[in-house]
Design a protein around this ligand. Structure first.
Ligand SMILES: NC(=O)C1=CN([C@@H]2O[C@H](COP(=O)(O)OP(=O)(O)OC[C@H]3O[C@@H](n4cnc5c(N)ncnc54)[C@H](OP(=O)(O)O)[C@@H]3O)[C@@H](O)[C@H]2O)C=CC1
Ligand SMILES: O=C(CO)COP(=O)(O)O
Length: 382
């Protein structure tokens, strides 16, 4: 298998495909087109492909947004993938494998394949990059993931933000970052695929918890406690699975956690709020018109946590609320414990976070860099 192209060989007008024309796929296609790539987006519904192609609009998912005139759309996978050097995937996580099976015959052998998704596959507990590695005959060096505080509608309105592109190959991450960069979208790179992917998966679950307590009517103390303890859970979990602790305090971890927990634009947050207001999981699922990844990944995440002996009390409470076995009003950041004794606050510098002290050093380093005009963001490199 040939090596992916070096960043220096990636030129403007590079042919890329985006599979999935929902809110994120369409927004990402806009980022790529605005950055100068030749983008074709695949929508599974021909009428949506036609609207994007002809009216440069996606009124189902991004009402009011004008898409770039250069953006092309099709409902045919073969046309979308023909000649694509980079292929970006933005379908719901649980449908990735079937989408890849349909795409495989049309995919170039050297194409870089990039997950924009934030989920874990039910049944296999695999991250999206792992599903790609299983479903396609390409080496890990040709696979990348993108994550960060990236609420689609804000970005579609060209409000500035940043993201991180991660691949085990720094060259691949840089090649993707180079294309996926424009005036309002700044991309950093790292090689910690595990931390980058799990950051995106886990913040969804904490955002559901935040939505629940919001729906119940609890205030800022409750939410701040859940966000803080949630970051500890996220870090413990990801590090136990091989992530670098710095990644969880970067854009793909803390950054995305803040955005998703704060914003009513977040579907996970919104779905949690409906649960907190008393709706059942089935009713919330019916009401949500878009993908709510947290609902599907709560089971796989808890299985993965159990396998590594990681305690995830907030995520466990989310599972119980979803299952209808815990009243939303009983969800709390108190962290379930069998002991009546007061517990020490297990912070990010706890030994279990394996090098959590490094987080603190990184935070201090980042503040120092910011104060001195440095641009580096913790583990994510420009
Ligand atoms: N929206 C956001 O702000 C962000 C989302 N993400 C991640 O991106 C991924 C996609 O989310 P998002 O775009 O928001 O989701 P949306 O719900 O907005 O869109 C989903 C897209 O996938 C298509 N789709 C649904 N089911 C299938 C299927 N079985 N096979 C093939 N295509 C299917 C939909 O087609 P149709 O319209 O025909 O139903 C639609 O084009 C998720 O993992 C999410 O976590 C990441 C960062 C930001
Ligand atoms: O991942 C996102 C923002 O970074 C989008 O979050 P939701 O899927 O909850 O809308």
């Amino acid at each position: 298998m040939a090596k992916p192209p070096k960043p220096s060989t990636v030129k403007r007008g590079t042919r890329v495909a985006v599979l999935g024309a929902g809110s994120w796929g369409t927004t990402f296609a806009k980022i790529l087109a605005d950055g100068g790539a030749d983008v074709m987006i695949w929508a599974r519904r021909p009428e949506l492909a036609r609207e994007i192609q002809e009216a440069k609009r996606n009124s189902d998912y991004l009402p009011g947004i004008n898409l770039p005139v250069s953006l092309r759309a099709t409902s045919r996978l073969d046309l979308a993938l023909a000649g694509a050097e980079q292929v970006f995937l933005a379908v719901p996580s649980q449908s990735l494998r079937e989408t890849l099976a349909a795409a495989r015959p049309h995919l170039g052998a050297n194409a870089i394949v990039v997950s924009l998704m934030k989920g874990v596959e039910k049944g296999t507990d695999l991250r999206m990059s792992e599903v790609i590695g299983e479903a396609l005959p390409i080496p890990a060096e040709q696979i990348a993931v993108v994550s960060g505080p990236n609420l689609a509608l804000e970005i579609a309105k060209e409000q500035p933000t940043a993201a991180v592109v991660s691949s085990t190959s720094l060259e691949t991450a840089q090649a993707v970052a180079k294309l996926a960069s424009t005036g309002y979208f700044r991309t950093f790179v790292n090689t910690d695929v595990i931390g980058t992917e799990f950051g995106g998966v886990l913040k969804n679950l904490i955002a559901v918890a935040i939505g629940i307590v919001d729906g119940v009517g609890y205030g800022e103390n409750t939410k701040a406690s859940i966000i803080t303890r949630g970051l500890v859970e996220m870090t413990d979990f990801a590090v136990a699975h091989g992530a670098q602790v710095e990644t969880l305090s970067g854009l793909a971890g803390l950054g995305d956690l803040i955005a998703t927990c704060q914003s009513p634009l977040s579907r996970n947050n919104t779905a949690g709020r409906l649960l907190g207001q008393g709706l059942s999981m089935a009713d919330v699922t019916k009401q949500m018109k878009q993908t709510t990844e947290g609902f599907a990944s709560v089971g796989p995440v808890l299985e993965l946590a159990k396998a590594k002996g990681v305690d995830m009390p907030i995520v466990e409470q989310v599972r119980q609320v979803l299952a209808g076995t815990l009243k939303p009003a009983d969800i709390a950041p108190h962290l379930t414990t069998d002991s009546d004794e007061p517990q020490g606050e297990r912070n990010l510098d706890d030994a279990q976070a394996q090098g959590g002290a490094a987080v603190w050093r990184s935070v201090k380093r980042a503040f120092h860099q910011l104060r001195n005009g440095g641009g580096s963001s913790l583990g994510d490199r420009p």
